[in-house]
Design a protein around this ligand. Sequence first.
Ligand code: PEP
Length: 247
Amino acid sequence: MKRVVAGNWKMNHGPAAARDYLARFRPPTGEGTARVLLFPPTVSLAAAVAAADGVPGVEIGVQDVNEAASGAFTGETSPVMAREAGATLTLVGHSERRQLYGEDDARVAAKVEAAFAAGLTPVVCVGETLEERRQGRLREVLLRQLDAVLEVLDPGSSWLLAYEPVWAIGTGETATPEDASEAHGILRRRLDAAGLDTGAIPILYGGSVKPANARELMSAPDVDGVLVGGASLDPEDFAAIAEAGTV
Ligand code: PEP
């Protein structure tokens, strides 16, 4: 499987910075190079889509969508409008959405359905908190988050999964390749048990990925790529991570 390297800018890089970034971003090209996805903030979506036109192979998504196509939802992003504005993907269930904005599994599942209906490919994020990990609840938490989404999925649909342990996001604390493989294995086996084609569903690791650890993490069994926050903000660092994803 072609690896996937995704960058989540979170609430960073306005339209001018997005244009500047994409003018400087030189992802690797050629045989075996990773699929590169970028998730700018919604206000920079149009600028990023236009600027990405000149960068071969870069796909642009949004960081979140509302479950409704339109209506009285002040401040929210419609999946239909995001698609119209040029996004082809969306993150769903990022831990910051779950933790800071109270999104539960049912809401995440509704967003996944809405993304598919709008023609966006969802990147579904799951992951345990430090407390849950310490309580030995890794498997239970991951499967609860995954099962909510599996209930609303059409078996043949195209989507991606990201394992992002909450304790490793933005903390500088990275899961070991063994930790990542263990969690990815749990997820992969569940996809398999649900009768899905696991070879067609990339599982990305996210949590303090940097140029220095990206290659090792992506070489771990069952890790098909990475979802990068902080280190995706610099075009050279992110290009180095994308390069590390070449097979
Ligand atoms: C993220 O926000 O998805 C993430 C993994 O962040 P960081 O790489 O900064 O830990």
